[in-house]
Design a protein around this ligand. Structure first.
Ligand code: IMP
Length: 194
């Protein structure tokens, strides 16, 4: 079984990605390889941040690895919060971040938004990028208690519940990270067939 390092210590993300990747690959987190560095994420785009993280790990450990960077893009806010999603209100406080979004959209009729993920994989020293989107709308109030981040205020197109109302399985099938991971998995399987 092939081992892959996922450059994260976010337990929610690790579980989501492990569920998607199944038993074909052994996934290890930063904790698992004893990496406690604060990996820099100073880019202006998801691509730059994902790439910065995967290169940081590869340069230190020379192991096949991947890193992701995701965020929420809201159409009427010129795609904010984007790469600033984790600290939109000035801190990592999830409630504060959601509150700020709802406040900014208070009198807005266009509530279209999307989540986007970019994954940078370094396999045998070569970088490959993958992307995933999910389109939806920002609700007027929070609903649900599953998931993390902006899940309670994001309703994916075609559903009348938020990400936070969904089971992890249901979310994984349609989420930005799920779709980017499916693209990554397809690539890995194609590589093994070569
Ligand atoms: P990350 O790059 O995946 O760590 O995501 C950065 C930030 O975007 C997170 O801290 C969340 O605020 C937001 N975010 C990313 N993915 C999701 C998701 O699946 N649900 C809700 N919020 C998310």
């Amino acid at each position: 079984m092939r081992t892959l390092i996922f450059a994260t210590n976010n337990q929610h993300k690790l579980e989501e990605v492990q569920a998607i990747i199944g038993s074909d690959f052994l996934l290890k987190s930063l904790n698992d390889i004893g990496c406690s560095d604060d990996i820099p994420e100073t880019g202006d785009t998801f691509e730059e941040n994902a790439s910065q993280k995967s290169h940081f790990i590869y340069e230190r450990y020379t192991l096949d690895c991947f890193a992701d960077d995701s965020g929420l893009e809201i159409e009427c806010l010129n795609n904010e919060p984007g790469v600033y999603s984790a600290r939109y209100s000035g801190s990592r406080d999830t409630e504060g971040n959601m509150h700020l979004v709802l406040e900014k959209l208070k009198n807005q009729t266009n509530r279209k938004a999307r989540f986007r993920t970019v994954i940078s994989l370094i396999l045998n020293g070569k970088e490959h990028l993958f992307e995933g989107f999910v389109h939806g709308t920002i609700t007027t109030q929070q609903s649900g208690n599953k998931g993390f981040g902006y899940d309670p205020i994001f309703q994916p197109d075609g559903y009348n519940i938020t990400f936070a109302d969904m089971s992890a399985d249901e979310k994984n099938k349609i989420s930005h990270r799920g779709r980017a991971m499916q693209n990554l998995l397809k690539f890995l399987h194609d590589q093994q067939l070569k």
